[in-house]
Design a protein around this ligand. Structure first.
Ligand code: PXP
Length: 239
């Protein structure tokens, strides 16, 4: 099975925004990530525009030759951008202004009504829809019931457990229970958040996981070795 490594270039934009000038440009980073073997690019247009800007999204749509994924909060303003730009896929994520990064999956179970409207509009426009959810069976089932095409299982707790204690058996089990169920329900299966050059290995061994969405580890390494090489090294692990 072919697996996709989808590289998140948000933090290239984070460095740019720290200076408020034009560089480094996430669009240039996306081109070089492609040269390094990225199967796609993902960006999160946040409501507070702390990193990716509308200009980035527009230019990425024009320059990324293949798969471009837009992560966004399920709110009307973002829906407008998704419908205008028409990315290859839209991943709906929860968003809180005070968070450093996305802190958990969408609560699809309790937010069904709110999500239904956004999903309806995206689906009517023919866009592929992925829901970012915690590794919880009821969330995967709810995503399926709501008509999502894919789920991305949140691997943040797994990554934290590896960092804290070096082993993460229970967290990994939860992730695998969720990925297995999602595949059984016919959903496309991705994973993301906190994945790095080491902790990605057990996930790569799972046949049902098709997409790896990785940002911080690759952009962090890119500062030291360049983005082409950082992506090539991750692609060699993901396969
Ligand atoms: N997937 C989702 C839904 C995310 O929100 C993020 C962070 O923007 C990632 C994957 C990538 O996480 P990381 O930067 O930790 O690799």
């Amino acid at each position: 099975m072919t697996r996709r490594l989808v590289v998140n270039v948000d933090h290239v934009a984070t460095v740019r925004q720290a200076r408020g000038i034009a560089e480094p440009d996430p669009v240039a980073a996306a081109v070089l990530a492609g040269v390094g073997g990225a199967d796609g690019i993902v960006v999160h247009l946040r409501e507070d525009r702390r990193h990716i800007q509308e200009r980035d999204l527009r230019l990425l749509r024009e320059t990324v030759p293949g798969y471009l994924c837009l992560e966004m909060a399920p709110v009307p303003e973002m829906l407008k951008h998704a419908l205008e730009v028409r990315p290859s896929s839209v991943t709906l994520v929860p968003e809180r202004r005070e968070e450093l990064t996305t802190e958990g999956g969408l609560d699809v179970v309790t937010q069904r009504g709110k999500l239904q409207e956004i999903l309806g509009a995206l689906s009517e426009a023919g866009l592929r829809i992925c829901l970012f959810v915690d590794p919880a069976l009821e969330q995967v089932k709810a995503a399926h019931r709501l008509g999502a095409d894919a789920v991305e299982i949140h691997t943040g707790c797994y990554a934290d457990a590896v960092a804290d204690s070096g082993s993460a058996g229970q967290e990994l089990e939860r992730v695998f229970d969720a990925t297995q169920l999602a595949a059984r329900l016919g959903l496309d299966v991705g994973v993301g958040h906190g994945l790095d050059y080491r902790n990605v290995a057990p996930l790569v061994a799972r046949a049902e996981i098709e997409e790896f969405s990785i940002g911080h580890a690759i952009v962090g390494r890119a500062i030291l070795v360049g983005i082409e090489r950082a992506v090539r090294e991750m692609k060699a692990r993901v396969g």
